[in-house]
Design a protein around this ligand. Structure first.
Ligand code: AMP
Ligand code: MG
Length: 481
């Protein structure tokens, strides 16, 4: 590994050095060898992956640390938070010389654990491991993981579950909540912190006439693009608190996430989200709200009241880019999924009409687009109670596609519509086997989800392709497991 420790150069008030506390009976779960290669792990590092991914081996080049941050949770100010069960154990250069954080999740309690035990259970580790991998393979910026380990140590949740650790990778663990913490508790450190964020993550902004506005614009745009991509594949993050969004617009901390099956705009997977704040359709407006919370901290960088007022207006203008960027990406993506030309004035409405059919007929989102792509129109119609609605959609759809280069449009569709997503019941089956030390299903899903846009008949199983029948109880998922 090629170390590039940068976080420890920050003021020590921003973190706490701490060693991982290994679990009893740590054992191999799964290893992402391709990612380890990408991260320039040596043969020796790879041979020691279980020790590294279970907190038994750390690196002299980087003393592990827990970060402090704050945040708004479910819309309320939650005060000081921080890495309560994860440690930054290294920052290393990948093959393209990008700095990547290695963050060990489940590594024991820290000064920021509050009431928590500092641990993660195998179930939540497998869910995050597979989803990070799936999102990356879908082309959505996200954390990933080099590997995870299980253990013989029981951890108390609703029931006793095996403890586990996961070595998460991300281009950034700096959350909106970092800025909230600084602004609230150490405002004099904010300016230097913002400067470092720009140097590390947006160096081009330093050349701009107004670096901070350029920085804000970049973060806003990346967040908008990330959320547009979530919407297009039907991903619901589940807990979009300001401490779970980072400044590079890569998906982070998705515990109670889900990939939507039957199309329901107000769907959510997080059963501890009692108010329904983080439903699928709310994600863009929550992203906007979180960004505004974040920008509020930047306003404090100006001390002179007149300058402050002007700066606030400028930042508000930057935030206007959120909606336009989101809509631009979402519209283009939806047209691509539909196989419709984005320049045609009726394409977006036609896409919306298709979504309405999926919604009223309670059809599977992923499968619906795949059937459209495969021109299985009769099969969709057969599943519709309101067949006339489908016929009128199809007439408009074929009308828009007439006289277009449909080969090209079909090729675009194939790049935009995944054959496979990680359905809750798929992850659940892999978890149940893993809890009995059988990781074969984790391995099968890992492979399947590596190439989600390619049909893999030898690897797929019928349950991968559709929701379970509606009379089978849903898998329940909640926060922080
Ligand atoms: P989350 O909603 O999972 O992002 O967690 C919110 C906050 O609670 C973060 O600061 C976590 O580090 C902390 N946390 C979650 N689970 C635990 C746990 N089991 N032990 C200690 N801290 C935790
Ligand atoms: Mg979190």
């Amino acid at each position: 590994m090629q170390f590039n420790p940068r976080y420890p150069s920050l003021n020590p008030k921003l973190y706490h050095h701490q060693m991982p506390v290994p679990l009893k009976g740590a054992k191999a779960g799964h290893f992402n060898a391709a990612l380890a290669d990408e991260l320039q792990w040596s043969e020796q590092d790879k041979a020691q992956w279980v020790e590294i991914c279970s907190g038994q081996k750390t690196f002299a080049e980087f003393p592990p640390l827990a970060m402090v941050y704050a945040g708004h949770q479910f819309g309320q100010w939650a005060g000081q938070l921080g890495d309560g069960r994860g440690l930054l154990i290294a920052q290393i250069l990948d093959k393209s010389q990008q700095t990547i954080d290695l963050h060990l999740k489940g590594a024991g309690s820290t000064p920021y654990s509050r009431m928590g035990d500092g641990r993660a259970v195998l179930r939540s580790v497998i869910r995050e491991y597979l989803a990070g991998h799936a999102l990356n393979a879908l082309g959505i910026a996200s954390s990933n993981a080099v590997g995870f380990t299980s253990s013989t140590q029981g951890i108390q949740r609703e029931k006793m579950e095996p403890g586990a650790m996961m070595l998460r990778t991300s281009d950034c663990h700096i959350r909106f909540g970092h800025f909230e913490w600084l602004n609230q508790y150490q405002p004099d450190l904010l300016e230097e912190f913002v400067q470092k964020c720009m140097e590390w993550h947006y160096p081009e902004c330093l050349q701009a006439e107004q670096p901070i506005l350029a920085f804000a614009t970049q973060v806003i745009q990346r967040t908008a693009v990330m959320i547009a991509k979530w919407q297009l594949v039907g991903f619901a993050h589940g807990v979009m608190n300001t401490d779970n969004l980072n400044i590079t617009g890569s998906t982070l901390d998705f515990g109670p996430y889900g990939f939507m099956e039957r199309f329901r705009p107000n769907w959510m997977n997080n059963h501890s989200d009692y108010q329904g704040r983080y439903t699928y359709q709310q994600q863009p407006s929550i992203g906007h709200w979180n960004l505004w919370m974040w920008l509020n901290n930047l306003i404090q960088l100006k001390k002179d009241p007149a300058e402050k007022e002007q700066f606030k207006e400028d930042l508000e203008k930057c935030l206007e880019h959120f909606e336009t960027t989101f809509l631009e990406h979402y519209t283009l993506g939806l047209c691509q999924k539909m196989g419709l030309p984005s320049f045609h004035k009726d394409s977006f409405d036609c896409g919306m009409m298709f979504l309405r059919i999926l919604q009223t007929e309670q059809l599977d989102y992923t499968e619906g687009f795949i059937r459209l792509q495969n021109k299985q129109y009769e099969s969709i119609k057969d599943d519709c109670l309101d067949r006339r609605q489908f016929e009128s959609f199809l007439a408009q759809y074929e009308n828009i596609r007439a006289n277009q280069d449909t080969d090209e449009l079909d090729a675009e569709m194939a790049k935009a519509n995944p054959q496979y997503i990680l359905r809750n019941h798929m992850a659940q089956k892999a978890i149940e086997l893993a809890e009995r030390d059988d990781f074969s299903e984790v391995e099968r899903l890992f492979k399947l989800l590596s190439q989600p846009y390619i049909k893999q008949p030898d690897l797929e199983q019928p349950e991968d392709l559709a929701p379970l029948p509606s009379d089978v109880p849903e898998v329940m998922v909640s926060c922080s497991s």
